[in-house]
Ligand binder design. Structure first.
Ligand SMILES: [Zn+2]
Ligand SMILES: [Zn+2]
Length: 174
């Protein structure tokens, strides 16, 4: 396995996000929104329409991809209303069998399957790696990897904002 540090993809992700914001300022997105709304009014309620920019990375060996960013418009059939959305994913750093892996928090750092809400002793339902055994969280700032706004440290492993506890088996302090 290679060391996977996708954090640099974030630069591209931010670039796309900025372009989307620029289009919004120019009224271009509102134009598309208007067209979607008008069409929804003519369609049966069961149809919804989505327009988006996506950024994802695909691994041909694993045959899995990880989504990094999704920005766009969602139009709902039952109300003919549209909503702008912007989804990007926070990255976590892990140590996986001696390798540093830096990927969005909702994926397994070993096999890339979806694996969210990781806590000590939870396992990936696909490849079976367990947090605290084959996989550990790498923490090199005092930011809580669970809520992002709380603070943790080796002396105070209990996050001051959420119920995350950076137990010794779970984390490696950088
Ligand atoms: Zn896995
Ligand atoms: Zn927290």
């Amino acid at each position: 396995m290679n060391d996977e540090k996708f954090y640099e993809l974030n630069a591209i992700s931010e670039n796309i996000h900025t372009k989307f914001e620029n289009l919004k300022e120019k009224g271009e997105i509102e134009n598309i929104e208007y067209l979607i709304k008008n069409l929804l009014k003519k369609l049966p309620e069961k149809y919804s329409i989505e327009f988006s920019f996506n950024l994802s990375i695909f691994d041909s060996e694993r045959e899995k991809s990880i989504e990094m960013l999704r920005v766009g418009i969602n139009g709902l059939g039952n109300t003919a209303e549209t909503y702008k959305f912007s989804e990007s994913y926070k990255f976590n750093r892990y140590l996986v069998q001696g390798h540093i892996v830096e990927i969005p928090h909702n994926h397994c750092p070993n096999c890339w399957s979806e694996w969210d809400f990781k806590y000590l002793g939870s396992s990936c339902s696909d490849c079976g790696v367990t947090l605290g055994k084959e996989v550990k969280l790498l923490i090199d700032s005092n930011e809580c990897p669970n809520c992002e706004s709380g603070k943790i440290s080796p002396k105070k492993p209990h996050c001051d904002n959420c119920d995350f506890i950076a137990e010794d088996d779970l984390v490696i302090w950088g």
